[in-house]
Design a protein around this ligand. Structure first.
Ligand code: PEP
Length: 255
């Protein structure tokens, strides 16, 4: 059976608890008849439990924006994969460029997070990679993408039906309102799939891996991303903060 496309909302730190609850209610309603793709909503940690109560029984599934790599212990401010699973999370974003930029999260840390998440077998990791403007302008993109994949995923075991989502997010396109040229995204996705094939083998990659794009997608530009080769879905920031806009994005990518 072909794997459904992913449409993943990253609400980042944009909404307080009341706003998250309201938007979750709107999302549940909007997506009530939506079966063509896997819709994931990632609120802030503060709102996870309340949003889960709302989404329960609907089509959208709960995800988190971050996790720590240890099970429990003296790690002030951190949350484990089991804790996220306990409140109903099924997905978790790892190594988002916001965290790499502001919190100096590096790929050694991201690797530990991927490992911890895969070992729980309760959450699907959404591993973010992507070049900066400087790396793009010095023609290092392909090298950077392969390097980031290797650092995040080398030596990780993928068992049975476990899924791994790689989100290609060119850092320079995030939050700008202008997505990259779809042909560029298609090319980057091909590089990513080829690198994954080298690391895990084609069979595992086609069965267990998805590669999605993130970077200023909205209802106006999404159509040109809909039929790209190796495009398994979208990670959506700004355009996921309005239920109607996010729904339009989701509809366009699956049609
Ligand atoms: C993101 O930061 O993950 C993202 C996709 O943001 P935006 O859609 O706002 O560029």
């Amino acid at each position: 059976m072909p794997i459904k496309k992913y449409i993943i909302a990253n609400w980042k730190m944009n909404l307080n608890l009341a706003e998250s609850v309201n938007l979750a209610k709107e999302m549940k309603e909007k997506f009530s008849g939506f079966d063509q793709g896997e819709v994931v909503v990632c609120p802030s940690i503060l709102a996870l439990s309340e949003v889960e109560k709302i989404l329960k029984g609907g089509k959208a599934i709960l995800g988190a924006q971050n996790v720590f790599w240890e099970d429990k212990g003296m790690y002030t401010g951190e949350i484990s994969a089991d804790m996220l699973a306990e409140v109903g999370c099924k997905y978790v974003i790892l190594g988002h460029s916001d965290r790499r930029k502001y919190l100096f999260e590096n790929y050694e840390m991201i690797h530990k997070k991927v490992r911890a998440v895969m070992e729980t077998e309760k959450l699907t990791p959404i591993v973010c990679i992507g070049e900066t403007l400087e790396e793009k302008e010095s023609d290092k993109r392909d090298f950077v993408l392969v390097e980031q994949l290797q650092q995040a995923l080398s030596g990780i075991d993928v068992f049975g039906e476990q899924r791994v989502i790689v989100a290609y997010e060119p850092v320079w396109a995030l939050g700008t309102g202008t997505a990259i040229d779809p042909a560029e995204a298609e090319y980057a996705h091909k590089i990513i799939k080829l690198a994954l094939n080298d690391m895990f083998g084609m069979r595992v990659v086609s069965k267990n891996f998805s590669v999605i794009y993130g970077g200023s997608i909205n209802s106006k530009n999404v159509k040109s991303f809909a039929n790209l080769e190796n495009m398994d879905g979208l990670l959506v920031g700004g355009a996921s903060l309005k239920a109607e806009e996010f729904y339009k994005v989701a509809k366009s990518i699956v049609n």
